[in-house]
Design a protein. Structure first.
Length: 184
């Protein structure tokens, strides 16, 4: 596997509860396979349980750093997994929202999937952007100023959005590609 991202550090968010496991593990693994250093950032340090299909328990993963310990400037890229409960928890946390706002405004590669774009709406960074997401939050994203489309993956500048776990292959590929372009 290519180590094209060997000088790249990416933050991946993990909510206190309800992050969709494959939307966390698959991008993390794709980035690691491409050589990136991936740090798990969340509200509190420690073990967090993910979910599958929003309702079934998933695996446990460690939050390595908290929002209060990091800055958007510490990272070359950001991934925001979905899961309706996880995304809702994070959009209710001021530190998480500010971290996402600063990151997107810095115009560095940001990948957001499923219900994750709720954080983009809360961070007020969607005006004039074309995005996709899980279909049930389409109206929320449109109300935040986005043009919502029903596509597997949408790339708008360095912002990559995707609909659901079925789109993970395309999502991971687009996130890695954006990071490779940014590192050139």
């Amino acid at each position: 596997m290519s180590q094209s991202l060997s000088d790249t550090t990416v933050a991946i968010l993990l909510a206190p509860r309800g992050t969709e496991e494959p939307e966390f593990t698959e991008p993390r693994d794709a980035l690691t396979d491409a050589g990136a250093t991936v740090e798990v950032v969340g509200v509190e340090a420690g073990e967090v349980q993910t979910v599958n299909n929003d309702l079934e328990p998933g695996g446990s993963y460690e939050v390595e750093k908290t929002f209060s310990e990091v800055s958007a400037d510490d990272y070359d890229g950001l991934v925001v997994p979905g899961g309706s409960v996880g995304a809702d928890d994070l959009r209710g946390n001021e530190e998480a929202v500010e971290f996402v706002r600063q990151f997107v405004e810095s115009d560095r590669p940001t990948g957001v999937i499923c219900h994750g774009p709720w954080l983009l709406a809360e961070a007020d960074v969607l005006d004039g952007r074309t995005v996709t997401s899980f279909h049930s939050i389409e109206t929320d994203l449109r109300n935040a100023g986005a043009e919502w489309v029903d596509e597997e993956v949408v790339v708008d500048g360095h912002l990559v959005t995707s609909r659901n776990p079925d789109d993970l292959d395309a999502f991971c590929e687009a996130v890695v590609e954006q990071l490779e372009q940014a590192s050139r």
